[in-house]
Ligand binder design. Structure first.
Ligand code: PGA
Length: 253
């Protein structure tokens, strides 16, 4: 069975004091988290150390970054390297998020380099893919997902693939309050798993975790988690409030 992952993507929210206030409320609420569940908190870079410290000794709650450069060091003003993340005990990194693709112009080739680099540094990528509304309405959803998968994972070996988590996030559902219907989510997740089974060892497709993201909240998480190929959630807005994210993290599956 695949261990579900509930991941918080805070985006550009929370100062260090706000991060501490979140943790003060959140940590007691997840004290009795079921062992067969993983929680990831991805704060802005400036709060990584604070979250990382608060999670010391917690086996199934870990810290993630929201982005990373592929080089270890160099003249890359404003960037953060995998070594810098490892230094802060960062175990995960969100790569290819739609805001990175659409607001900051990150392209498939750059995202692929970041995925390869993260894996080489033992940081597990949460690789985001998803179609725009225009692409969905043109009937191109599955083509878009397959082409993003091929571009992002083309250089990943079977062995390394087991450490990759894929997040399906329809762009039109991110931060809009619109969620994919269960049928739309299941169709996309099933297609992603089928693609993985065609391109990697057969066992990997069964093992790999595919998260859904896009307006997940306490009120819809259980319905999404009930879908066969949904193995967790990547949560933005609803993960900023400690009570709301704790409800998502501990939802019944
Ligand atoms: P949302 O964001 O939950 O606010 O829609 C999800 C994401 O962008 O990862």
């Amino acid at each position: 069975m695949r261990t579900p992952i509930m991941a918080a993507n805070w985006k550009m929210h929370k100062t260090v004091p706000e991060t501490m206030a979140f943790l003060d409320t959140f940590m007691p609420l997840v004290r009795d988290l079921p062992q067969d569940r993983e929680i990831i908190i991805a704060p802005p870079f400036t709060s990584l150390e604070t979250v990382s410290r608060a999670l010391l000794g917690r086996k199934n709650i870990s810290v993630g970054a929201q982005n990373m450069h592929f080089e270890e060091q160099g003249a890359f003003t404003g960037e953060i390297s995998p070594l810098m993340l490892s230094d802060l005990r960062v175990k995960w990194v969100i790569l290819g998020h739609s805001e990175r693709r659409h607001v900051f112009g990150e392209e498939d080739e750059l995202i692929a380099k970041k995925i390869t680099s993260a894996l080489a540094h033992d940081i597990k990528p949460i690789f985001c893919i998803g179609e725009t509304l225009e692409e969905r309405e043109a009937g191109k959803t599955l083509d878009v997902l397959q082409s993003q998968l091929a571009a992002g994972l083309g250089n990943v070996s079977d062995e390394r693939m087991a450490d990759v988590v894929i997040a399906y996030e329809p762009v039109w559902a991110i931060g809009t309050g619109k969620t994919a219907t269960p049928a739309q989510a299941q169709e996309a997740h099933e297609a992603v798993r089928a693609w993985v089974s065609q391109h990697f060892n057969s066992g990997i497709a069964e093992q790999i975790r595919i998260l859904y993201g896009g307006s997940v909240k306490p009120g819809n998480v259980e319905e999404l988690m009930a879908l066969e190929d949904v193995d967790g959630a990547l949560v933005g807005g609803a993960a900023l409030d400690p009570e709301s994210f704790a409800e998502i993290a501990t939802c019944s599956i």
